[in-house]
Design a protein around this ligand. Sequence first.
Ligand SMILES: [Zn+2]
Length: 292
Amino acid sequence: MKKMRLFFLLCPLLLSGCGNQAQDGRILVYASCYPVYDLVKRVAGENVNLQCLVSQGEPHEYRLVAKDIAKMADAKAIFLNGYGMEGWYDSINTDFPSKEAEAIKANSRFLSDGIATLKIDDITDPHLWLDPTKAIQMMENAAKTLTQIDQKHALQYAENLQKATASFVALDQKAKTSLENLSNRYLVTSHAAFGYFAARYNLTQVALNGISPEDNPSPKEVEEVIATIQKYNVKTIYGEEMVSDAILSSIKEATGATMKELYTIESRPEEGELDYIAMFESNIMTIQEGNR
Ligand SMILES: [Zn+2]
């Protein structure tokens, strides 16, 4: 009997820890995947309790579980990338019919709002963050929402945005200068994540897989990629940390090209403390070597 009473006493305490306010008084905010988290974090600083739904592993195909709904329902805002990066979003109301799912929909904000997009095979490419100038626009969208939901830190958000913008402008300039004089401008990648990057730095992306890394290429598509590699004398194929490289290895054998790894910045690396800027800088160096 004693135990029961104690449980009932504890219950309201536990519940109160899950409201809009985090236990330390900060508001709870969610990011759908790592790139969204990294960009929002730069603007939010330590003012909000920012959580990431899918920080490691493949975000494109992530399936929501009931636990996620419970976690996100209390967030004041849920930041998403958009354009299919969150495959779970459209069916959240039918998969989890509940007040919680409705709250998540109502509080969802897309960082890609109002930003010009590209299409690959008639599908809008979701990887906007790989163009730092678009990443800046995404941070501006984050700042707008954070200012609305947390007016008292408005000045801080404006300052953080200004600082982050300056570092992304510098990063963009560095990429421009570093990639200006490559002898080969074909970027052969395993996953079509580098469309915006290629457009920004005047490269041509030849992708083996589609926009989602799980779209496997047909034998004919593999042959076409091999033909492109041979025709344009491509020396390097860029894999990524999350894709199985069985097909890549066969192309490597057929063409003699070597493989290097690029970060799509889609997930937090399993080792080390690399953030967006560190991964982007590593990509610049990798391409400088692979396409020189
Ligand atoms: Zn991707």
